[in-house]
Every structure is written in structure tokens, then in C-alpha cells.
Write a protein that binds this ligand. Sequence first.
Ligand SMILES: Cc1cc2nc3c(=O)[nH]c(=O)nc-3n(C[C@H](O)[C@H](O)[C@H](O)COP(=O)(O)O)c2cc1C
Length: 191
Amino acid sequence: MAALETLLSRVSVSSLVEPAPEGAVLDGILEAGLRAPDHGRLAPWHYVLIRGDARRRLADLVETALRARDPEAPQPLIDKQRGKFLRPPLTIALGARIRTDHKVPPLEQMLAVGAGAMNLLNAIHASGFGAIWVTGANAYDPRVQAGLGFVAPDTLAGFLFVGTPAHGLPEVTRPALAGHVTEWAGLVETA
Ligand SMILES: Cc1cc2nc3c(=O)[nH]c(=O)nc-3n(C[C@H](O)[C@H](O)[C@H](O)COP(=O)(O)O)c2cc1C
């Protein structure tokens, strides 16, 4: 029951301060990622930890990629993008090592990476920390991906920003079950 309460109380937290999980607590969180279901046991997950001074180097990489995408990018936009990667105490880049020579399709391998990310989020919450999963133009930029060690077909499923919630956990209204669950009793009329 305690586990279900943990799952039901998780929320994304975007305002994060020190400390981030580290040591054995962080190892436990990362181990949870590797417990995701994984068709073919391909173990496509690869987590890159960015913390401390490395955050500035990631911000530099993001800035270089942004300037390449948009040579006219205004300084406030550059500063905003840099800030996203400078502020979180810990960023986990969600690397996906994708096999194209295997009968398990890349989509399923990405689903395993996504399931791993969800396990990380739940484990972070269960450990008393906060996190949010983000993607966006930087995550999909091949320059950023390559700078983190991922070249196609390997890719990034985004970033987890991780730390301690600055203002507690936000109140979130969740969708009602009735709108998302039906009991199938035979063919559904879709026309
Ligand atoms: C694959 C993926 C990518 C996401 N990318 C972003 C993003 O770039 N920016 C953002 O604000 N939220 C993004 N989100 C949504 C947040 O992670 C989060 O789910 C959302 O704010 C709802 O909060 P909740 O997790 O408490 O329901 C993404 C979610 C997923 C699953």
C-alpha cells in the first residue's frame, strides 16, 4: 500500500534547489531505472549524470547548439536556455542505445527507455527528492546528443532535472479515471 501511495502522490517539480540525491541513494534511484521492462533484454538505457561544474559545460553545449540552429538568437533567449541547465542540482540525460539490427523494433526500445525514466521519477519521489522530465529542441538537437555521447541511431529521450523541491510539492488535479478507462464488451463503433 505504501508503494501505491508513493505512485499516486508523485508530481513533477520544476523549481529545484540543492541537494540532489547522491551516493547510495542515487545509485538506488538509477537501479530502479534499470528495472523497467525491456523486450529482448537489450538494456537500452544509458544515464549521463551532469552536476557541479559539468552543468556549465552542458549550458555551453546548449548555447552552441542554439546558436547553430538560430544564428540570430537573442541574448535573453540564450540566457534562458542556459539557465534551464545551470539551475538544477543534477541533470540526468536519458540516453537511448538503440539497436537497428534486432527484431525488437526501435519504438519498443524507446518505450523501455521511457519506462526506465518513469521508474527514475518514482524512485526520486520515493527518496524524498523532486524531478521533472523535459525534452524540447535541445534534447532533439543532434549536436547536443553527440556532445553527450549519442549519435544516431542512439538518441536522447530527454532530461530529468533533479533536486529538492524549492517550495514543496505542487497541487495537481489529475484526470478522472472514468474518462480514461472503459470495459470492453465487444467491437467499438468508431465511424
Ligand atoms: C517525454 C516527455 C517530455 C516532456 N517534455 C517537457 C518539456 O520539455 N517541458 C515541460 O515543461 N514539460 C515536459 N514534459 C511534461 C512534464 O515532465 C510533466 O509530466 C508535466 O509537467 C506534468 O506534470 P506531472 O508529471 O506532475 O503530471 C514532458 C513529459 C514527457 C513524458
